[in-house]
Design a protein around this ligand. Structure first.
Ligand code: SF4
Ligand code: SF4
Length: 392
């Protein structure tokens, strides 16, 4: 399972929202924590390229508790226990309970296949308030092809059924690629019919095993189209539909609202009016199975290890986090863009594409005034070379 967040930070005073000046105020609202890299599946897009075996050097229970004490010095974020498959860690419920006692909203990202009635009860008892389960295909054929494990779809649905039976909130996460973009509306209908509280989409960031399927990444045009579809579905879905880690959705939202003469405020757009596209290093941090802190699971820019420094020190002082908060440091067209404050571009994609996490987002079609013609994304170039498709 990928690190994908259960929910982005929200509410008033949101990081990046409606602030003046060239610096975004850090406000930790969400931590994704890769408790283990072990996983019982081998998904095509896995960021961690996780394997079904124990990994050396993972944080001990005592270290996990210490890290949570340090996080509490910074704020009371939502914590997503993720992996790998977090349920493969025997002390996962002790970790959840400790975090819940500190006042964090504890959630878990699981592939769902290992859930049993007993596990669901343990989750609830330990204070886990919501789980997320990834569904990347509308049926067993496409989901299992993605997950590379026959039976993964049935397993996930069975797990979801158990959560529903126990009244444990669950959300569905979907990673969009060329293979499933057409069936996305069907996956969405499935999420609705299953009774999910939210459906979050993610765009493939090619790293880990995702690199092997670079040609599966959707093009900038398809990305733009999907985000417009999102805009149109907004408010119509009976559950929370969120384009997570799709930063330029917040540019599209503003462009569409402006052309339709709609004012953007909490009444008209709810939390979308106050959130920012990329929250890595601003409202969000990732902790790896070895204790490395990063802006997000997809951006392996090392900010420090919780084994050497306190989480608080890393969060406040790491140069990587400070760069991400400084709007003057953004490069290329993102650096010239009037939407930088609400969007930010995906820093992980910028890094995978150019080697610099402050470079421009390669999958954005927007051309800010004063910038050069948008560069055609490397991903698209590589796909074109493979498929022989012509440049538009
Ligand atoms: S140019 Fe960069 S900041 Fe502007 S909308 Fe595109 S990705 Fe966002
Ligand atoms: S860099 Fe930002 S937008 Fe990209 S995956 Fe990480 S948190 Fe999400």
């Amino acid at each position: 399972m990928t690190h994908h967040d259960i929910d982005h930070p929200k509410g008033k005073g949101h990081p990046g929202a409606a602030q003046g000046g060239a610096t975004l105020t850090a406000n930790l609202r969400l931590v994704a924590w890769e408790l283990t890299r072990s996983c019982n599946l081998a998904c095509v897009h896995c960021r961690a390229a996780a394997r079904d075996c124990p990994y050396e050097g993972e944080l001990s229970l005592a270290e996990c508790k210490k890290v949570m004490d340090e996080i509490a010095e910074v704020g009371k974020p939502i914590i997503i226990l993720t992996g790998g498959e977090p349920l493969l860690r025997p002390d996962v419920f002790e970790i959840a309970e400790y975090g819940a006692k500190l006042g964090f909203r504890m959630t878990m990202a699981t592939n769902g296949t290992l859930l049993t009635r007993e596990t669901v009860q343990k989750m609830i008892a330990s204070g886990i308030e919501r789980i997320s389960v990834s569904i990347d295909g509308a049926d067993a054929r496409s989901h299992d092809a993605f997950r590379k494990v026959p039976g993964a779809f049935e397993g996930a649905l069975r797990g979801i059924g158990l959560a529903r039976e126990a009244n444990l909130d669950f959300q569905i996460n979907t990673t969009i690629t060329r293979a499933n973009i057409k069936e996305f509306p069907k996956i969405h209908d499935l999420a609705v019919s299953l009774g999910a509280v939210a459906h979050h989409i993610f765009m493939l960031v090619p790293m880990g095993r995702g690199k092997e399927i670079t040609e599966e990444a959707i093009s900038a045009e398809e990305y733009e189209e999907t985000l417009h579809w999102f805009y149109e579905r907004r408010g119509k879905a009976p559950l929370q539909l969120k384009a997570t880690c799709a930063p330029h959705y917040y540019r599209i939202l503003r462009q569409r609202a402006k052309s339709e003469g709609v004012e953007i405020n909490f009444e008209t757009f709810g939390l979308d009016a106050v959130t920012r596209g990329c929250l890595g290093g601003i409202g969000f941090a990732f902790i790896s199975h070895l204790g490395q802190v990063q802006p997000c699971g997809y951006l392996e820019a090392e900010c420090g290890s919780v084994r050497e420094k306190s989480f608080r020190e890393i969060w406040l002082d790491s140069p990587v986090f400070q760069n991400l908060r400084d709007l003057k440091r953004y490069e290329g067209k993102c650096g010239k863009c009037e939407f930088i404050r609400v969007c930010g571009g995906c820093r992980a994609r910028a890094y995978e594409h150019s080697g610099s996490y402050m470079a421009e987002e390669p999958l954005c079609l927007y051309k800010p005034p004063g910038s050069r013609r948008p560069r055609v994304a490397g991903l698209q170039n590589r796909r074109r070379q493979k498929t022989g498709e012509k440049e538009p």
